[in-house]
Design a protein around this ligand. Structure first.
Ligand SMILES: [Zn+2]
Ligand SMILES: [Zn+2]
Length: 142
């Protein structure tokens, strides 16, 4: 047994085991919240963290903590609140959504395959400009 500060409220409490990080009051509250989230997930298997937070009142940070410590099954949480660094769409893991990851990869491949992507774009623009001048000329009856 050791005297310890509660990780949540800071209150001094007697820890009966080394894994005990919360005082009895907070431990009970933590268990309550955890059960609430578990119950919610049972009925809403496809819930996002935002939805869980709204429905149970449990902080997002707390849900992440449970996922991180393995208490909450990560597979049961559809969306951890991560977003794609490119388009901002919610994603499950990594830095980009599937679409952006594919686009970034194919862009990288294009640059590698075609050494002069800028020149190709210019040629296209010139051709479009030529067509425009051509149709104007035709409309004016030249
Ligand atoms: Zn406490
Ligand atoms: Zn994206």
């Amino acid at each position: 047994m050791a005297l310890r500060n509660c990780a949540r409220c800071g209150k001094l409490f007697t820890a009966v085991s080394s894994s005990m990080k919360l005082c009895i009051d907070c431990e009970r509250e933590d268990q309550d919240q955890f059960n609430k989230v578990k119950e919610y997930l049972k009925e809403h298997a496809a819930a996002t963290v935002i939805e869980i937070t709204k429905a149970t009142g449990v902080e997002r940070k707390q849900i992440y903590e449970w996922v991180k410590t393995g208490r909450l099954d990560i597979a049961s949480v559809v969306d951890l609140g991560l977003s794609c660094e490119s388009c901002g769409k919610p994603i499950k893991s990594g830095r980009f959504c599937i679409e952006c990851a594919a686009r970034i990869e194919s862009d990288a491949r294009k640059v590698l395959a075609d050494g002069k992507p800028k020149q190709g774009a210019d040629t296209k623009k010139d051709r479009a400009g030529f067509h425009m001048a051509d149709s104007i000329r035709r409309r004016r009856g030249y």
